[in-house]
Design a protein. Structure first.
Lengths: 542, 264
């Protein structure tokens, strides 16, 4: 039962339009700083583009997908209309207005501060106000998800919350708390400077607050992907979910440990003590747990599906999987990219190994492989899965879907592997221009050019993706039947309170935040203005 | 799902295990991060355990006082601001015009200066003012220029810079707008830490205190770059021009000089 089809479609379409535009900027950036381009006359264009690409891809696109998918899950899993549909439209409007308000100063060159803000650089205040609007719009979604689950639990005291909804609310709570760091940074530290009330800024404290958001935001982006692994993939390939409880534990682990670990982004920063860097490194290692649990559970679910189809032998079952199924293909590619990206991530989180790749192109390669690769390919798969239910029409371009998924996978590997490699060679990130005539970096020219080729494949894949979706709106009408989430081998009948709610886990999440962030923040606050530096206004007349 | 179990109770194994496990992990990493690892750092000069804990927590320590090495030469004492050299009016320009009579022998007015002296017409006031201050203080030395500058008062220097800023900029001696800008002028050389000339000296942007180079003689630009590179001229406040000039190739110096000389 999907009542709010227009609401969900509006979220998805706005998300994908933003994604399409930002993807073109991304490919242009790959080209602009490659040896294929003789060099930009004005590097400001590059930084404008990076800021727009990052803000659109980081703040707007995945937020809208999580919101739209979340509304769909609420109605499909709880089997009742969404409570607060008007508020949901308000949230969408805020995200849309926020995105426009933020991107106008960026395109005018008044806020080329990159989406990670990087104080003491300070841009036009409307950029930050736009980002705040996007976040506040998404907080409406957080509240709605929570309210819908609580009301449903009250109405159904004897039933366990369906896994899809449980995971969806986990993502919402995670985002609600995660976004607080950047919100504090923007509202209390950056905006007063951008608006001209102050002309110095505590760059170190700002970076600590941003790290609060910066790492867990990736897990917020990841949530729809993991929800698709657990609740769509096993059904789509004709099997069952291996374990419902494993899924709940994985999502709970994300809620608890994915947030108080962001200081591993600040390993090279002097304002946080080595002891806190070490603790957060340990907890970063803990985030691999839910991912390992997930890889095990999803592979086990695939094996169940294969054996049901007649797959035999210790490895022979792999062949019997439905490889022609787009969801099978997307999930495989996603897990492969997650594997490569995850292994790279272990290097990033290690306090020592991090030194060799810190601030190099390795990092950009890493987060593109995880986000643009493992995560976004499942956004495509989610759209393919939901589209017939949203449009009431058949989505039957199976071959084109497979081509699109293959192109995205190959394109992403061709883009990000050379990117990692030049990072190991020491190529710095966030630079508009490299002098490839310099013998020291001449050998990186080939790898950087390869990334441009990979980016072109991604653009072609995106064109196919849009073609499939638009065709889906024009196809003949057909009843897609009732939407089903995957059933577990053992459907939960009774659950311990801990696996059916979030009270304990939110307490742990906030407690760990206080332990891991309390002292570093308190110390910087106590040092007061002595740690502030003059703001550098971007795009201001000299 | 309504259950009778109490979640926040030590008897609930979900509560006790998750809280105990998390707290245990925190304690273990605290011990490792605050007590063991500080001493494992090579060359750590930590005294007591408390020092180790403070160091791991990131408590700021006062750095050991170090002696400042005084330069053996005079450095520029001018602090540049975007408001320099201060408010001027037409009377200031008029006084400057009178004072400039003594400059005209080299910095000709209304026609081109000699190739080894800069064109001053239309220069930003801050640029002329800063150089005069440096000549007077001895931070920049020139056998011809220094004797003139030594006798100037603060007001004289403000008036002179106001006068030259008031004059229209003179076109280059051989203006040729068709010459494409060399890479060093529009892009610099990022890998050698050289910013684009045009990011401070005109063409792209003018920064406070930097002279406008378009229309200057190639001989003068080249001589100054060589002076910066060879440490004969050291009045750039943060050593920026010395660092840039040292890293420029002879060819880049020629290209930049020729390009700016050809600009109108």
């Amino acid at each position: 039962m999907l009542n709010s089809k227009r609401l969900v479609l509006a979220h998805f379409w706005l998300a994908f339009v933003v994604f399409g535009l930002a993807l073109l900027l991304g490919e242009w950036q790959m080209f602009a700083r490659s040896p294929l381009n003789p060099g930009l006359g004005n590097s400001d264009w590059y930084y404008r583009s990076v800021t727009a690409h990052g803000s659109a891809m980081g703040y707007v696109f995945p937020t809208l997908i999580a919101m739209g998918f979340g509304y769909a899950i609420t109605e499909l899993a709880l089997k009742k209309p969404l409570i607060g549909r008007r508020w949901a439209w308000t949230g969408l409007a805020m995200v849309a207005v926020g995105a426009v308000v933020a991107l106008i100063p960026v395109s005018l060159g008044l806020a080329s501060v990159l989406y990670t803000f990087y104080p003491p650089m300070v841009g036009n205040p409307f950029y930050y106000i736009g980002v705040v609007l996007v976040v506040v719009g998404s907080w409406i979604w957080v509240a709605l998800m929570s309210i819908n689950m609580i009301v449903w639990k009250r109405e159904n005291p004897d039933k366990p919350v369906p896994l899809a909804m449980f995971a969806n609310v986990a993502g919402a709570y995670l985002w609600g708390w995660t976004a607080v760091g950047a919100a504090i940074e923007v509202l209390l530290l950056i905006l007063p400077v951008a608006l001209g009330f102050k002309d110095t800024i505590d760059a170190g404290l700002s970076r600590v607050f941003f790290s609060w958001t910066l790492h867990a935001i990736v897990y917020f982006w990841l949530m729809p992907t993991y929800i698709a692994y657990y609740t769509i993939f096993p059904r789509a390939i004709g099997g069952r979910l291996y374990s419902d409880a494993m899924g709940r534990i994985a999502f709970i682990l994300f809620v608890v440990v994915s947030m108080p670990i962001g200081v591993h982004h600040l390993f090279a920063d002097p304002q946080v003590g080595g002891g806190f860097k070490f603790i957060q490194s340990v907890f970063t290692a803990m985030v691999s747990l839910p991912t390992l649990v997930t890889i095990f559970t999803i592979c086990a679910s695939a094996e169940i599906a294969s054996r049901l189809r007649g797959g035999r032998g210790p490895f022979g079952w792999v062949k019997a999987l439905p490889w022609g199924n787009p969801m099978m293909l997307a999930t495989t590619f996603s897990l492969l990219m997650l594997g490569f990206g995850g292994v790279g991530g272990l290097i990033n989180m290690s306090y020592q190994l991090n030194t060799s790749i810190h601030n190099t192109q390795w990092i950009t390669g890493h987060f593109h492989l995880i986000f643009a690769g493992a995560i976004v390919i499942m956004y495509f798969a989610i759209a393919y899965d939901l589209w017939p239910h949203l449009t009431g029409r058949i989505l039957k371009t199976g071959r084109m879907m497979k081509a699109q998924l293959w192109l995205w996978f190959v394109g992403m590997i061709v883009t990000t592997f050379p990117w990692h490699y030049v990072g190991i060679l020491g190529m710095p990130r966030r630079m508009a221009f490299y002098d490839y005539a310099n013998p020291e970096i001449a050998k990186q020219a080939f790898s950087v050019s390869m990334s441009v080729v990979g980016g072109a494949l991604l653009v072609v894949s995106a064109v196919l993706f849009f073609t499939i979706l638009i065709r889906g709106h024009r196809a003949e009408r057909a009843d897609p039947g009732e939407y089903r989430f995957a059933q577990a081998v053992h459907e939960p009948v009774r659950l311990p309170a801990a696996l059916n709610g979030f009270a304990l886990w939110l307490t742990l999440m906030i407690g760990l935040t206080v332990v891991n962030y309390g002292y570093p923040i308190a110390q910087l606050l106590a040092l007061g203005s002595s740690t502030s530096v003059p703001a550098v206004y971007v795009g201001a007349p000299q | 799902m309504k259950t009778e179990e109490r979640l926040f109770s030590w008897r609930n194994s979900w509560f006790s295990l998750s809280l105990g496990g998390t707290a245990g992990l925190v304690v273990l990493s605290l011990i490792a991060g605050f007590l063991v690892l500080p001493y494992a750092t090579p060359n750590s000069k930590l005294g007591s355990l408390w020092d180790a804990i403070c160091s791991a927590a990131g408590v700021p320590r006062a750095t050991a006082p170090s002696e400042q090495v005084a330069p053996t030469f005079k450095t520029s004492a001018v602090v540049m601001t975007s408001q320099m050299p201060g408010p001027t009016d037409t009377r200031s320009v008029g006084r400057g015009a009178t004072l400039a009579m003594q400059c005209a022998i080299c910095h000709a007015s209304g026609r081109h200066s000699q190739p080894d002296t800069p064109n001053l017409e239309g220069q930003p006031a801050a640029a002329v003012y800063k150089q005069l201050r440096d000549f007077k203080a001895g931070a920049r030395v020139n056998a011809v220029m220094t004797p003139f500058a030594i006798n100037l008062t603060e007001q004289d220097m403000i008036d002179l810079s106001a006068y030259y800023a008031y004059l229209p900029r003179q076109p280059g001696l051989h203006p040729d707008a068709g010459v494409p800008a060399p890479a060093i002028v529009i892009r610099g050389a990022a890998m050698r830490n050289i910013p684009a000339c045009s990011s401070c000296h005109g063409g792209g942007e003018v920064k406070a205190g930097a002279p406008w180079l378009e229309g200057q003689s190639a001989i003068y630009i080249k001589a100054q770059l060589q002076a910066f590179a060879g440490e004969h001229r050291r009045n750039d406040i943060s050593e920026q021009m010395r660092n840039i000039a040292r890293r420029m190739t002879a060819q880049e110096i020629d290209e930049a000089a020729a390009y700016y000389a050809s600009r109108p």
